[in-house]
Design a protein around this ligand. Structure first.
Ligand SMILES: Cc1cc2nc3c(=O)[nH]c(=O)nc-3n(C[C@H](O)[C@H](O)[C@H](O)COP(=O)(O)O)c2cc1C
Length: 328
């Protein structure tokens, strides 16, 4: 049994989860030994996320962060995914099973929650530590999720083309641009949305186009334009991985989010950072094309750049826990 203060501490960690456009599309209900996690349908993104898949995935990360926070506080826990078929927005219930001394790995994972940020800037030109991708594959597999490094030249080309097509088509969609603008924040203390300060400035030389949050005239004044005589940017070679699942339903989306949460904490603990590249996964046509071009068995759920940060990433805001947690 956890009391209000203990559940508040757990949820303070859970809400550090990344979420699409930092919508934080979750609510938590805690009582006794249970924490229920629901999607908040008041915060949907119909243009970029018409099926809600990416928001459910975001909630899955929050579930994983809650489990990590519980373990670090000396509680063992289990997760039931989609426990009530009659309530599809009730995505998971985390149940405390008992007490156990946290392992060193539990403590490190919990410390990584606060250190993790989405880092959209170019990464340093160095390979990932040996064995890291293998470790990430094993960890993703614990949630039934596969991880595929985009390694071969033809895979890189297919991904690059689809990211570019996805980005261009979205930038031509007024509803998508309006949504981006609605979630872009110039106030660094904003409790949600994507802070302008977290967006990279300047030209990029990369196959993997980072989402242009301020493009298409959505917010023309918020980012500086590079000058004509600026030197060309160095070519980026980030490591890119794709996470996917055999099924493509809500339980699979929640589990993909939990695996993403695990992966992000491992990456952070290794001194690295990540940023999602989801323009090739937002719309059904793009996901289908990605599946066909890469010959995937299953459904792509998340694409990530991984690498060593070249600067200090910006912290994005979170809503106060009191707004999202009800303790019964
Ligand atoms: C499902 C999902 C999709 C995302 N897609 C993108 C993306 O395409 N481009 C991007 O730069 N960030 C993307 N993000 C990162 C969010 O914008 C970021 O998590 C949010 O702004 C909060 O910032 P933080 O991760 O630094 O805490 C995505 C995050 C999630 C969970």
């Amino acid at each position: 049994m956890l009391d209000q203060a203990q559940w508040t501490q757990v949820v303070e960690q859970a809400v550090r989860a990344p979420s699409i456009h930092n919508t934080q599309p979750w609510t938590f209900t805690a009582s006794g030994d249970r924490l229920e996690v629901r999607r908040d349908t008041a915060r949907v993104l119909p243009a970029i996320d018409p099926t809600g898949r990416q928001q459910v995935l975001s909630c899955g990360v929050a579930v994983q962060f809650a489990v990590v926070a519980l373990r670090a506080s000396g509680c063992t826990a289990e997760v039931e995914v989609l426990p009530d078929p009659a309530d599809p927005e009730h995505l998971a219930t985390v149940r405390v099973l008992g007490r156990a001394e946290p392992s060193a790995a539990d403590v490190r994972a919990a410390a990584a929650i606060g250190a993790r940020h989405t880092d959209r800037a170019p990464f340093l030109a160095e390979p990932l530590p040996a064995g890291l991708l293998d470790q990430l594959q094993v960890e993703a597999g614990r949630d039934g999720v596969w991880l595929k490094p985009i390694g071969r030249v033809e895979e890189e080309t297919a991904v690059a083309v689809l990211l570019d097509q996805g980005e261009q088509l979205e930038q031509r969609d007024p509803a998508y641009l309006a949504e981006l603008q609605a979630w872009l924040r110039t106030d660094p203390d904003a409790p949600d949305g994507v802070p302008v300060a977290s967006l990279p400035t300047g030209d990029r030389a990369t196959n993997y186009v980072v989402r242009d949050f301020a493009g298409g005239g959505a917010a023309p004044d918020v980012l500086p334009t590079p000058a004509d005589d600026d030197p060309p940017p160095p070519v980026e070679h980030p490591s890119v991985v794709l996470l996917g699942t055999a099924a493509d339903d809500r339980p699979a989306w929640v589990r993909a989010g939990m695996a993403l949460g695990r992966l992000l904490l491992t990456v952070t603990d290794a001194g690295l950072a990540a940023s999602p590249l989801t323009q090739a996964l937002d719309q059904g046509w793009a996901r289908n094309r990605l599946t066909a071009r890469l010959g995937l068995v299953g459904h792509p759920q998340m694409m990530l750049r991984l690498g060593r940060p070249s600067g200090t990433p910006v912290t994005s805001g979170r809503r106060p826990v009191g707004e999202v947690l009800r303790v019964g």
